[in-house]
Design a binder for this molecule. Sequence first.
Ligand code: NAD
Length: 524
Amino acid sequence: MTTAESEAQAVAARVVTPGLVRTLTGDVAGSERTACHSPFTGARLAELPAATEAEVAAVFGRARAAQPGWAAWPVRRRAAVLLRFHDALLRRQDEVLDLVQLETGKARLHAHEEVQAVCQAARHYGRAAPAYLRPRRHGGVIPLLTRVRELRHPRGVVGHISPWNYPLELSAGDALPALVAGNAVVMKPDTETALTALWARRLMIDAGLPAEVWQIVLGEGPVTGPLIVRHADYVTFTGSTRTGREVARGAAARLVGASLELGGKNPLLVLADADPERAAEGAVRACFSSTGQLCVSAERIYVHDALAGTFLDRFAARTRALTMGPALDWGTDLGSLASQAQFDTVRRHVEDAVAHGATVVAGGAPRPDLGPWFHEPTILTGVRPPMLAYDQETFGPVVAVHRFTDEDDAIARANEGPYGLNASVWSRDARHARRVAARLRTGTVNVNEGYAAAYGSVRAPMGGRGDSGIGRRHGAEGILRYTEAQTVAEQRLMPLAPVSGMDDRRYAALLTRSLKALKTLRWR
Ligand code: NAD
């Protein structure tokens, strides 16, 4: 064990105490055992309960029993729980920053991004849920005579499956709108980052959430994940496209709705009128935040020939200057990869690219002196088909830089491939950048930023097109997906049928005149 690893192990033991694990798992169902590990050392962090098939069914039963009581709370009272959670999270952020770092291996600033994102969601839905959920009036089939109200009912028990890369944001961030809409949530986070999700749940309970309304079950993904899909009234899934397809099939078989936030191979475009220095600084964050294990991070850069030299120089210099390490403090820029599997994928993509003629401009090597899965942030050029790094998601700190001369060609190349999650466009001319953005086939586009401007703007929808998913988190869609719409139409004064002896022909003629009049009156 290296010095860095033995120090990291000592810190982990101080943070993840048996008392903390007991507090977080005390009411979590599971007669079997599983465990989570720290990427900083590869060593076990904690032993955790894993639920059997029968226990998962029982958890859903308890959630289902508790949900109507929770839904009966006035929405403002439910929203107040989110606002108290918001304050408690800011107050106690150091506790969860330690857990996120220990479980994911990421740097502290990147862990703090999760605190920011969850606070944004808690504040937004805590304040705006009453407006999103209130009954809405609509014009009826016959103006004034048909009164229409659209009600929003909770779906019941939402099943939520989340990955390891953003364990606070992708557990709590998605659970909050489901809860405030009056649902119960049964969540299966990735076991390797379960402590973070369990900590967030405990904080919500401290903020006033009835414990049965948000429950967590742990277990092997391919075993416990399908059990969530089997019992849920609606499924939210974040993870790989491959697993997302299985979840979609399971939800389709039961005819329950699902939103799927999946993988990406996100392009970043540096247009001819960009500031290369600013673009280089932004590209470092776009490519290497959370050590590149971020669904919206950039893995393909298209830079205009006129500034490619300057951009690449600045980008490479900034990348080489990044510091790495396992410290639970603000002193390092980058952390570790999260697992052996992630490390192996990164190595495979880099070695394959180099073997087929790509050039390593920065990084390219593992850092075993820091921990088992540390890997340098890596910039490649000359990446072409059929290299793996060309079109497959690496989900690590590896980016391929390509040059272009024709902007239409760059847009076409950015739109290549099955994914459509996030894109980034750099230009000094905002109108130019917006025109390019509108031509990109992605769910979000960030202008003069990598990903955080769109992701952090929680009033607006975020999600993927194509193989990057179905549905959106954030904004109206991010909460209304957790509701069933019900239309209540009330007919007044006259029926929707011929009246007082009018025959069908005259009634049809009357309706024909009415339809023409409604169009003329611009009735929508
Ligand atoms: P993954 O699909 O392997 O696992 C995600 C979750 O699904 C885990 O909790 C896992 O235990 C569970 N699971 C595994 N098999 C299952 C099955 N058969 N049925 C149901 N659940 C199952 O993904 P991962 O490797 O943990 O996460 C990385 C992927 O997630 C990347 O592709 C990344 O792009 C994507 N991601 C997307 C977003 C987004 O918002 N679009 C955000 C973060 C990560």
